[in-house]
Design a protein around this ligand. Structure first.
Ligand code: FAD
Length: 382
């Protein structure tokens, strides 16, 4: 049977040096942000903040300088990500492009696409959305039906994407469409495209979440023209590319740090002299956090070595989401505080926000069951 591997990794001095710089920057940039705002984690969208991050060279960190990148290591980038998440910085305006759209273009895009988009992403000027899920296709992504038919000079797109986070705020979307119907072979005939979200024929409608907040959207395409030079990679190569993109999407520290603000607020709440139960609970949370961090760092180390740690990344996402989802319940059981949304203490509001959002942690980026299927396949069990 195959197995997975998590080697212990020490961060090099260059990475620790970046940490000091990022902390200093964050103290200045978001030092006065309330905990329940920080609890939005990578959900906060602020273009001005992203532009400042870019000025420090912290977007596109590992990309070639030729494309506006900074040729830093994956471990230096890892430190920037974990510091941003620990501070609850509003990174959403550059997060998707930095994490997956840019790397996808670097790997599969044309030279013209790289030259046109990567430098602007690295400057924090372009926000990207992910156009994968459809009303009847989520876990079974290969069953998507949105069609891109060949027309003169490009493609005409008809169909609907759903749950598209921040589509209403983004400049572009990397979308997966069906360019050919191959009977009984749903993984074939799929292609990826760079889509300008302002293109005529695109209608972006809000979908409100449980708390009434708007981050999701339904994106309807009606005879939308997408030029030929906006196709990413070969026509029909979309499945291989989208699975690579999903690996970028699943491998970062955001997959176990979503509830970190509640741990920080709980430590503040129980104080310097906690009772025995509080000490045990906090100790257990911190021990889990430290273990997950080592596992996640190990994935970053493998990426740095050019390895393909898809299996290990799926394990971190699965164990990580179990952890970040249990935190609101564990804290509620310990302190009995009332989770509140619009009023109450910073602690109650942080608890309220995370209580409401935690169920989604094991859905976004691929559900728990899907991740476990990937792990089972990686271990040769199916
Ligand atoms: C916060 C959030 C943000 C999102 N942002 C985006 C985005 O920006 N862009 C985008 O394209 N999508 C986005 N999504 C959508 C997300 O990728 C899908 O919700 C997810 O892939 C599941 O698809 P589904 O909702 O259609 O559920 P389904 O696939 O219908 O699954 C329903 C249930 O059945 C289970 N299930 C399905 N198939 C199997 C199987 N083979 N074996 C065992 N169990 C199975 C699932 O695990 C799940 O529990 C987002 C979702 C969330 C929650």
């Amino acid at each position: 049977m195959s197995t997975f591997r998590f080697d212990l990794l020490e961060l090099p001095p260059a990475a620790e040096k970046v940490r000091t710089e990022v902390r200093e920057f964050l103290r200045e940039a978001v030092g006065d942000m309330a905990p329940h705002r920080r609890a939005r984690s990578w959900g906060g969208f602020d273009r001005a903040f992203s532009a400042k991050v870019a000025r420090h060279g912290w977007i596109g960190m590992t990309w070639p300088k030729h494309y506006g990148g900074h040729e830093r290591t994956a471990l230096e980038r890892y430190v920037v990500l974990e510091e941003m998440l620990a501070a609850g910085a509003p990174v959403s305006a550059h997060w998707i492009a930095d994490r997956q759209s840019g790397p996808l273009l670097l790997r599969f895009g044309t030279e013209a696409q790289r030259e046109r988009f990567l430098p602007r992403i690295a400057k924090g000027e372009l926000a990207f959305a992910i156009g994968m899920s459809e009303p009847d296709s989520g876990s079974d992504l290969a069953s998507i039906r949105t069609r891109a038919e060949r027309v003169d000079g490009g493609y005409r797109v008809n169909g609907t994407k759903v749950w598209t986070s921040n589509a209403h705020l983004s400049d572009y979307m990397i979308a997966l469409f069906r360019t050919r119907v191959v009977p009984d072979k749903k993984h074939e005939g799929l292609s990826q495209f760079l889509v300008d979200t302002k293109s005529p024929g695109i209608n972006i409608r809000p979908i409100l979440d449980l708390s009434g907040a708007h981050h999701f959207n339904e994106v309807v395409f009606q005879d939308v023209f997408v030029p030929e030079d906006m196709r990413v990679g070969e026509d029909g190569a979309g499945w291989k590319q989208v699975t690579t993109e999903l690996a970028f999407e699943r491998s970062g520290p955001e997959r176990y740090l979503s509830s970190i603000q509640l741990i920080i607020e709980t430590i503040r709440e129980v104080g310097r002299m906690p009772g025995e139960r509080a000490a045990v609970t906090v100790g257990r949370l911190v021990a889990h956090l430290a273990t997950l961090r080592q596992m996640s760092l190990s994935v970053a180390g493998m990426l740095e070595q050019g390895l393909n740690p898809n299996l290990e990344a799926a394990v971190v996402k699965d164990v990580g989401t179990v952890f970040e989802q249990e935190i609101p319940e564990v804290v509620h059981a310990l302190l009995g505080a009332e989770p509140r949304l619009d009023s109450g203490s910073p602690f109650e509001r942080t608890l309220g926000f995370l209580m409401e959002h935690a169920p989604s942690f094991s859905l976004r980026g691929g559900t728990r069951e899907v991740l476990r299927g990937i792990i089972a396949r990686g271990l040769g069990l199916r």
